[in-house]
Design a protein around this ligand. Structure first.
Ligand SMILES: [Cu+2]
Length: 113
């Protein structure tokens, strides 16, 4: 009887510990960020300049956690030339940025409400 109780207690202990261990692993993977999916949270920014001939735009952006970048004003490549027709200097936007071939590239953007 005593052995049975100990065995039961062990099973209960292991049973409750396992999900915690898995949750911890997921948490760490999420923060590694190296392979963060494209739909990761959008950054916020204000368009400062559009350069259609170069296919680039300048954005004053907030902190970009996925890139470990503080708020700053900088130039991004536009993934699609059409994106540069959707915005103008002074527009507030929400945008996704990815490193494509070494260049920080805006892969999607939308007007901020
Ligand atoms: Cu930046």
């Amino acid at each position: 009887m005593k052995n049975t109780l100990i065995a039961t207690a062990l099973v209960a202990l292991l049973g409750s510990a396992a999900p915690v261990a898995f949750a911890q692993a997921d948490h760490d993977a999420h923060h590694a960020g190296a392979s963060a999916p494209a739909e990761a949270s959008l950054a916020e920014g204000t368009v400062k300049k559009i350069d259609k001939s170069a296919g680039k735009l300048t954005i004053a952006h907030g902190p970009l956690e996925s890139l470990g970048m503080p708020a700053m004003t900088m130039v991004f490549r536009a993934a699609e030339p059409d994106m540069l027709d959707q915005v103008k200097a002074g527009d507030k936007i929400r945008f996704a940025v990815e490193r494509v071939g070494g260049a920080l590239t805006v892969t999607s953007l939308e007007p901020a409400q």
